[in-house]
Ligand binder design. Sequence first.
Ligand SMILES: *Cc1c(COP(=O)(O)O)cnc(C)c1O
Length: 363
Amino acid sequence: MTVQQASRFVVTPSSKAVAADARAVLLEDPGFGRIFTDHMVTIRWSEGKGWHSHSVGPREPFTLDPACAVLHYAQEIFEGMKAYRLSDGSTALFRPEENARRFNESAERMAMPVIPEDLFLEAIEELVRIDADWIPGGEGSLYLRPFMFASETFLGVRPAAEYIFCVIASPAGAYFKGGKKAVSLWVSEHYTRAGRGGTGAAKCGGNYAASLIAQAEASKHGCDQVVFLDSAENKWVEELGGMNVFFVMADGSLVTPPLGGTILPGITRNSIITLARAQGMTVREEPYSFEQWRADSASGNLREAFACGTAAVVTAIGEVKSVKGDFTVGNGDGGLVTETLRNALVGIQRGTVEGPAGWLRRI
Ligand SMILES: *Cc1c(COP(=O)(O)O)cnc(C)c1O
């Protein structure tokens, strides 16, 4: 059955949708990124033609030629955002316009076509609407993954002439197994994530590919996540593989590394800065060295530290390990500031706390 809707999307409901009882079982403990909804959105772009073939259809594999450009030169970008079920039963997105804007900034950096922000948002909303039954209740949310890749069959090295934009969705519970209260970090001494003039501020798959060896090293040392230092001096704290980082000082102020092209401009990071300042806190976006981090942890000048991002929201940092020795932040278990900011953010996302105007977009 194909239904032409008022929108520019052709909607083809899946004939193999998961039955309600089986879905309920899957939603009991969705974990992160391992189960997927029934549908996907795709839009194609070709040189000379622009965006075309807008489709909402059954989730299914792509057929790609072995010479498909993305498989060779990694011209690919993505976003990560969530749809929430609010207490009144309605559905909402958190600051999705920011994801649309950042997606296009990533696209420009990777020499890919930009997608009109209203089309990006429409694609997201089409998928959330058709797969609304997949939004878990309680603490859960529906993680949305818009992405775009070079789909042209061509081995020459230049920006591709054809792309596929796609959105898939995955019901999500806690990002860290067991709903961990604090995560442990491994400080990478050998590997950096981004350099000046590189792609550190773009949300591209290549950044993740380059970070995996450091993440594996972190796991080998029994740590949950890797934290990267800057590539020029190997001194300044930048961010984790997929999360930004904040420090809570003894005077109650917050410190977070400044955006300068090598750090991903997190929407959670920006929201935390805004909320903290609204609560009267001082937030300094300034460089913070690993040695200072260690010294401040020892002296008690650093009380708490936390990582933040859409997937993990706000998560306390406990133990920090490196080849130069280990230390613990505060009592190793987070603290009041981390918890207060987390609750404020989660409350706004779930519609139980009034946030700044425009942060919740109801579907
Ligand atoms: C996505 C991402 C973040 C977090 O961004 P949010 O918009 O808060 O989800 C931080 N660092 C990296 C490297 C990322 O890819």
